[in-house]
Design a protein around this ligand. Sequence first.
Ligand code: SF4
Ligand code: SF4
Length: 204
Amino acid sequence: MKQYGFYIDSSKCTGCKTCQLSCKDFKDLGVDRNFRRVYEYAGGNWLEENGTYRQDVFAYYTSIACNHCDEPACAKVCPSGAMHKREDGFVVVDEDVCIGCKHCANACPYGAPQYNEEKGHMTKCDGCYERVAEGLQPICVGSCPLRALEFGPIADLREKYGTNADVAPLPSSLITKPNIVIKPNRHARPTNDITGHLANPKEV
Ligand code: SF4
Ligand code: SF4
C-alpha cells in the first residue's frame, strides 16, 4: 500500500494559520470546523537567581490535520464502515454511509473527525486526495508562506527528516502510528509535558 504523509517544521512555523484558513476556504468549512489546526503551546515563569529575576517563557506552534494513521482509531470504532483507509493510505469518511454516531470523533486523539451539524454526519481532512491524484500538493501545504509544511510519500519524508512524530501537546504517536514527521521547535517540550499549556484551546 502506498502511504502519503506530512512533514511539519515547527522550527519554521510562525503560527500565522494560513494553512488552517486555506483549508477552510478550499473545503468550504463553517465556523464550527477546522480540518487543519495550529496548536499554540506556551509556558514559562519568573526564575530567581542570586536575588535577581529572569524569565524562561516559551511558545511554539504545530500545524496538525488528520495524520492518515497506520492504525486509525477512528476507522477501528466506526460501526458503519464509513470511516476507512484507502489504497493510497488516506483515511476518509464516506459521507453517504456515515450514520453520524460520532464514535470516530471520540476515538481520534488528534481531533480530526469533525461533525457537520447541517449534514448530520462526520467530515474530516481527506489529504486533498483528488488534488494529489492530479500531481498537486494538498492546499494547506501549498499555502504555507514559511514553507513549514511538506507532503509526499512518508518513506521519503522519513528518509529526509527522520521519524519524530511526538511533541507536546500532541498525544503519543504509539497510539495510532500517525504518518507525520515533526521537526521540533527549539523550545519544544516532549509529549505528556506538563510545564506548559495549550494557549489557544478554542481554535483547535
Ligand atoms: S501556514 Fe505555515 S507558518 Fe503559517 S501556521 Fe501554517 S504551518 Fe505555520
Ligand atoms: S460518525 Fe460516521 S464515520 Fe464516525 S464512527 Fe459513526 S458512522 Fe463511522
